[in-house]
Write a protein that binds this ligand. Structure first.
Ligand SMILES: [Zn+2]
Length: 360
């Protein structure tokens, strides 16, 4: 009887937590690929417009994958997209090859719109984890096919070659023109950024380069410009939206140990955070979560002036590391993302906020 009462108490307490949880209408997840804690510190000194002081809810995340302390971007994004740690190089499948439901799929079940923005190809590991299920992140033409069959409403980034056959200048060997297919299925296709066209489109596929976008320093439009346009499109859904934004090339700068590239990609990522934050503050019903899939390069700030000028960044590695990554959150239920987190808790919290009945 005592046991029974304890079980009842536990069920009651858990339901109470679920009922009491403040659920956001919209979720904006910003992923700085490779952005360890020192990346934020460096950007804090380097970028006078950095947005980090706006966030009072701060956490740290352990980025391990299912089989490695040091994750790759496939497993690193999957855990954020699905709430499950998986084997490196896989994309949103478990070790038996079964598809794992993603935060985008759960959002769609709830009638929300979904969007993704990346400065890499939109078929790169991080964005792919939100809509595709494959056993190797390198299969970008297969991932593109899955995107063409998906219901992602707003797609902004690079990677046009994976959507077009060889004869049209693409890298597809199957002769399929997925851009044409997607246009027939209601997406507006853009090959350059067009704010007005994006906000007016019902669904939009904006692929600005054959592969990744130009680095931020050579690009006319910032990640913040893309973010603003995507939000203006997605906010038309009265059920809300989920938007994932990746600062993809932060990781590339880390791999190449390039200080100027790293800092300018961080400045670009900060413009997206600022746009997302301004919207969320005004809206009052939008949760923002900013984190990374892993740290890259073992970067430390090894020198600089007292005012943060003349920074010197040093690197210990050309690869990913197991350094903790930061988690910033703002909006309804931001407290779920405070403290020391396992990376799978971030994905699970996001899915839980969309569907409290979802089982893990
Ligand atoms: Zn990487």
């Amino acid at each position: 009887m005592i046991l029974f009462r304890n079980v009842l108490f536990l069920i009651f307490s858990f339901s109470f937590v679920l009922i009491g949880q403040d659920k956001p209408k919209n979720i904006i997840l910003l992923i700085g690929d490779g952005m360890g804690v020192n990346y934020v510190a460096a950007s804090f000194f380097d970028d006078e417009n950095n947005p980090y002081k706006n966030f009072k809810s701060i956490g740290l995340s352990n980025t391990a994958s299912a089989n490695r302390l040091i994750t790759d971007s496939g497993a690193g994004a999957t855990v954020l997209a699905t709430g499950y740690r998986i084997i490196n190089r896989n994309i949103s499948v478990d070790s038996s090859g079964n598809s794992l439901k993603t935060v985008f799929q759960v959002a769609k079940e709830k009638g929300k719109s979904v969007g993704l923005i990346a400065t890499s190809s939109v078929t790169h590991a991080t964005p792919a984890a939100f809509y595709a299920h494959v056993d190797d992140r390198g299969r970008e033409t297969d991932i593109a096919y899955q995107l063409s069959d998906s219901d992602v409403d707003v797609i902004i980034g690079g990677g046009e070659q994976f959507f077009l056959p060889n004869v049209l200048g693409g890298s597809r060997k199957d002769e399929l023109d997925l851009i044409n297919k997607m246009q027939l299925n209601g997406w507006t296709w853009l090959d350059k950024f067009d704010h007005q066209a994006i906000i007016e489109a019902k669904k939009v596929l904006c692929l600005m380069e054959k592969n990744g976008l130009k680095p931020a320093s050579d690009r006319k439009h910032t990640l913040g410009d893309f973010t603003k346009a995507a939000i203006e499109n997605l906010k038309n859904n009265e059920n809300g939206f989920v938007l994932m934004i990746e600062g993809s090339q932060i990781d590339w700068a880390g791999h190449d140990n390039l200080q100027d590239y790293l800092l300018s990609e961080m400045r670009d990522f900060n413009t997206a955070i600022t746009e997302a934050f301004n919207f969320a503050k005004e809206d009052g019903n939008t949760l923002i979560v900013i984190t990374a899939d892993h740290e890259t390069g073992g970067m430390v700030i090894s020198g600089g002036d007292i005012d943060g000028k003349n920074l010197k960044l040093s690197f210990n590695s050309k690869s990913h590391t197991a350094g903790f990554v930061p988690v910033f959150s703002f909006g309804p239920s931001e407290e779920l993302f405070q403290g020391i987190l396992e990376n799978y808790e971030i994905g699970r919290n996001l899915i839980f906020l969309l569907d409290p009945a979802h089982n893990f």
